[in-house]
Design a protein around this ligand. Structure first.
Ligand code: AMP
Ligand code: TRP
Length: 345
């Protein structure tokens, strides 16, 4: 390969890299609307690399069989949601050893204090206590930096919580380039606004999250569609009867309007007009129908991949091959610049 781009046709498009952890069996609606959907859309406009980051997942203890299963289910859901192996590169992080290799280099150009200032690490380690916090969790951001820099990514779609890690990737790319010569593209974070945060249907003050105290407010994409429809219908709203967008005063209704808008493509203003004079039940029922209409083919496609592990393995193997064709030369350049003796075996 004479170019580091995966295909000639994608050459003039900005390069995108993003990753998602295989830490749960089913994605929830927040993962889909906040992240996965952008990944799907960007296939048409960018040269896209998407990764199931199993090595990030083991920064906290995982059951081996469960991790393997979750990795498969995550990849199948990404394909079910519309990632197309013909138009993007989808792979599993541990299948490309360059990630761990470059992460070591990144560890060595990161200050201890700099890593200790990462708020996600501070929050998680404070919750778990030092004795239950792995060194891997501490260096987690450097593995993420390696993920991004290996592909010379221009843009990285992530949630707001990853902003600081993206800043670190910019800092380290610049530091390396400055010390050793131009090697890495300095990436920018791409944080979508409108659907950036989806809230819990039972507790619209907190974001929808797999770590919620009760499953009632979480819409899991692989749950029985009828169960999810019921969750929409029993979503917490307020004692008014007007369907109006007001994040402060009406967080429940606003969340439902935002989800509707993201799924139907109508603006919130159009929805307010459409629901004028109607009761909350009308909004909930329509939303439940919209969701079922979308989730039914999503589940069918996801299950096709889960029922055919050989086909899924093949997609992931081809993805890893495409990924390594880009990551390998980047790692080799970094090794050379840093002064490692070339390996001739
Ligand atoms: P996590 O569940 O933290 O592994 O998140 C995986 C991806 O989904 C990240 O890009 C998050 O930013 C995104 N995400 C998670 N929860 C939500 C939510 N409630 N609303 C919007 N995006 C979310
Ligand atoms: N840390 C990210 C998250 O929890 C996942 C991730 C790993 C990632 N490597 C990445 C995201 C590289 C973007 C780019 O959401």
């Amino acid at each position: 390969m004479t170019t580091d781009r995966a295909s000639a046709a994608a050459n003039d498009r900005p390069r995108v890299f993003s990753g998602i952890q295989p830490t749960s069996g089913s994605f929830h609606l927040g993962n889909y609307l906040g992240a996965v959907r952008q990944w799907v859309d960007m296939q048409d406009t960018h040269d896209t690399f998407y990764c199931v980051v199993d090595q990030h997942a083991i920064t906290v203890e995982q059951d081996p069989a469960q991790l393997r299963e979750n990795t498969r289910v995550s990849a199948a859901q990404l394909l079910g949601a519309g990632l197309d192996p013909e138009r993007c590169t989808l792979f599993v992080q541990s299948h490309a050893p360059e990630h761990a290799q470059l992460a070591w280099v990144m560890n060595c150009i990161t200050g201890f204090g700099e890593a200790a200032r990462m708020t996600q690490f501070k929050d998680k380690s404070a919750k778990q206590g030092n004795d239950h916090t792995s060194v891997g969790l501490f260096t987690y951001p450097d593995l993420m930096v390696a993920d991004i820099l290996l592909y010379q990514a221009d843009e990285v779609p992530v949630g707001e919580d990853q902003r600081q890690h993206l800043e670190l990737s910019r800092t380290l790319a610049e530091r390396f380039n400055h010390r050793y010569g131009q090697t890495f593209t300095v990436p920018t974070a791409f944080i979508p606004k409108a659907t950036a945060k989806i809230y819990d249907l039972q507790d619209p003050g907190v974001k929808m999250s797999k770590s919620a105290s009760s499953p009632k407010g979480i819409v899991n994409l692989l749950d029985d569609a009828k169960t999810s429809a019921k969750k929409f219908k029993s979503a917490v709203t307020d004692t008014e009867t007007v369907i109006r967008y007001d994040e402060e005063g009406k967080p429940g209704v606003s969340n439902l309007l935002r989800i509707h808008s993201a799924m139907s493509g109508q603006t919130v203003e159009q929805l307010e007009a459409h629901f004028e004079g109607k009761m909350y039940g009308a909004l909930k029922t329509e939303l439940a129908e919209l969701f079922v209409e979308w989730v039914t083919p999503f589940q069918r496609r996801t299950n096709e991949f889960l029922d055919d592990p050989a086909a899924l393995d093949k997609v992931l193997a081809q993805g890893a091959e495409k990924a390594r064709a880009v990551a390998g030369p980047t790692l080799a350049a970094a090794y050379e610049r840093i002064g490692f003796l070339a390996s001739r075996h």
